[in-house]
Design a protein around this ligand. Structure first.
Ligand SMILES: *[C@@H]1O[C@H](CO)[C@@H](O)[C@H](O)[C@H]1NC(C)=O
Ligand SMILES: *[C@@H]1O[C@H](CO)[C@@H](O)[C@H](O)[C@H]1NC(C)=O
Ligand SMILES: *[C@@H]1O[C@H](CO)[C@@H](O)[C@H](O)[C@H]1NC(C)=O
Ligand SMILES: *[C@@H]1O[C@H](CO)[C@@H](O)[C@H](O)[C@H]1NC(C)=O
Ligand SMILES: *[C@@H]1O[C@H](CO)[C@@H](O)[C@H](O)[C@H]1NC(C)=O
Ligand SMILES: *[C@@H]1O[C@H](CO)[C@@H](O)[C@H](O)[C@H]1NC(C)=O
Ligand SMILES: *[C@@H]1O[C@H](CO)[C@@H](O)[C@H](O)[C@H]1NC(C)=O
Length: 392
């Protein structure tokens, strides 16, 4: 399960100098507000369909992530993908028809799949490295975000990262706050140091892996880091689109390239969907904020995001319905991809993604584009006749 709740305004909500303003113009015809998109938002919307890749230490535990279990800090020695192959992930993504992929670089356990060099002060007056990364695992020497980036660039797929700022079991953090009751052997830090760690790790991710398409703030971000994240984005990744960028009244957004959550993880929002508004629903045609909706959902049954032993897959017919209710209704579809413990997308999963891609291509692909249609004209009327789409 993901944590979509925004925590930006838990404390006193002040007007933040760095927070971007809404961009809109007033209709000369009726005085109504017309929200204006950025070029990056339009380019992102054109991608229509992407993937959210859940591959991290939680792939190696029985439950679906460390969410809601503050004491759970699985051993980094569990992370052992002996067949890790991000080109194979990309082959699956291309076959599905998806146009971008966002990788979970750090989830709520706290484990980083890149060899972070971040160091910080502890309350015991020592400095510590962030020793809960791939460099502390059996595949030390690997850098999963780097492999993923190289594969995505080769495949022509946009790439980005998910880094949850509000929960970090390794550093004893829930709701962006360090719990001052520590277990034996736990690293003790202050709340201020935690914020510094977040900024330092985001700086690594946003500096070393090219130009990023999408960044995910699952659970949002705390007010204490909001201004820093806003400026860091402008400095390092000005073109990235930001999931969970705005709080619910739009008084704070991390970027003008904002993307909002649709409010359900089923992929079946069953709603009219506007590209404007900041609330986690179908949006608001009168809002001054342009923030396209993204519909995230899983291929595995039961809202399961990390690979799960014996998890069944949703049938093709249901995934086609998901596609029509999301992409067909102006939502970006972000479908989960869950490589298994070997580091590969399981064959049965890859086959189901390809079936979905085959459907999308057969129904909406180039073979059915207007240039292949038979055109006839009667006076001012033009009629285009297409081949009947066929489902295999
Ligand atoms: C967002 O748009 C507003 C209004 O056009 C502008 O003042 C602001 O500089 C923009 N912010 C960023 C981060 O581009
Ligand atoms: C750490 O240093 C500060 C300032 O010098 C001191 O007040 C504090 O007692 C020290 N803490 C520990 C655990 O040694
Ligand atoms: C990280 O380093 C600290 C201090 O050296 C140590 O107590 C802890 O066990 C290490 N954690 C891991 C996961 O290696
Ligand atoms: C802090 O951790 C302790 C020990 O695990 C727990 O009992 C307590 O509820 C936690 N406090 C908060 C605010 O989560
Ligand atoms: C962090 O801040 C919270 C809220 O003020 C406080 O309860 C907690 O004890 C602080 N954590 C530490 C390590 O000081
Ligand atoms: C998965 O299924 C196999 C074979 O039926 C069984 O042995 C195993 O315990 C199951 N694993 C889980 C986690 O349910
Ligand atoms: C064009 O289409 C309209 C609407 O269907 C119809 O009323 C009109 O007769 C058509 N014109 C011609 C020249 O076919």
């Amino acid at each position: 399960m993901l944590l979509h709740i925004l925590l930006a305004c838990l404390g006193a909500c002040t007007t933040l100098a760095a927070a971007p303003n809404p961009r809109f113009r007033i209709s000369p015809l009726d005085g109504s507000i017309i929200a204006l998109p950025t070029a990056d938002q339009l380019a992102f919307q054109d991608r229509e369909f992407g993937m959210l890749i859940h591959f991290n230490l939680a792939t190696y535990i029985s439950i679906d992530g460390c969410n809601g279990v503050p004491g759970l800090v699985p051993e980094p020695s569990l992370f052992d993908p002996t067949l890790l192959n991000t080109d194979q992930w990309m082959a699956t993504i291309v076959a599905s028809g998806a146009q971008y992929a966002t990788l979970v670089a750090k989830h709520n356990c706290g484990f980083a799949t890149w060899p972070s060099k971040v160091r910080f002060e502890t309350r015991d007056n020592t400095t510590s490295g962030y020793n809960y990364t791939v460099a502390d695992s059996p595949v030390k020497g690997e850098d999963v975000p780097a492999m993923f980036t190289a594969s995505a660039e080769k495949a022509g797929i946009g790439h980005g990262f998910y880094y949850s700022t509000t929960v970090n079991n390794f550093l004893n953090v829930q709701n962006s706050l360090v719990n001052a009751t520590w277990g034996p052997g736990e690293i003790r830090i202050t709340n201020e140091t935690y914020d510094e760690v977040v900024i330092a790790m985001l700086t690594e991710l946003w500096t070393n892996y090219g130009s990023l398409t999408e960044l995910w703030f699952d659970g949002g971000y705390s007010e204490s880091v909001q201004d820093q994240i806003t400026s860091l984005l402008q400095e390092l990744q000005p073109h990235a689109c930001i999931f969970n960028s705005c709080d619910a009244d739009g008084s704070a957004c991390l970027s003008n390239n904002s993307i909002r959550w649709i409010g359900t993880e089923t992929g079946l929002p069953n709603a009219e969907i506007w590209s404007t508004g900041v609330t986690n629903d179908g949006g608001d045609p009168t809002s001054p904020f342009f923030a396209p909706a993204e519909c995230d959902t899983t291929l595995q049954e039961g809202d399961r995001w990390f690979w799960g032993a014996n998890t069944t897959l949703r049938p093709l017919e249901e995934m086609i319905e998901v596609y029509h209710q999301t992409v067909g209704r102006n939502c970006l579809l972000e479908l989960d991809l869950s490589p298994d413990r070997s580091g590969l997308v399981p064959a049965a999963y890859a086959a189901r993604y390809k079936q979905l891609g085959d459907f999308i291509r057969s129904c909406y692909g180039a073979g059915n584009a207007a240039e292949n249609a038979v055109e006839s004209r009667r006076g001012a009327n033009v009629t285009l006749t297409f081949d009947t789409p066929h489902l295999d």
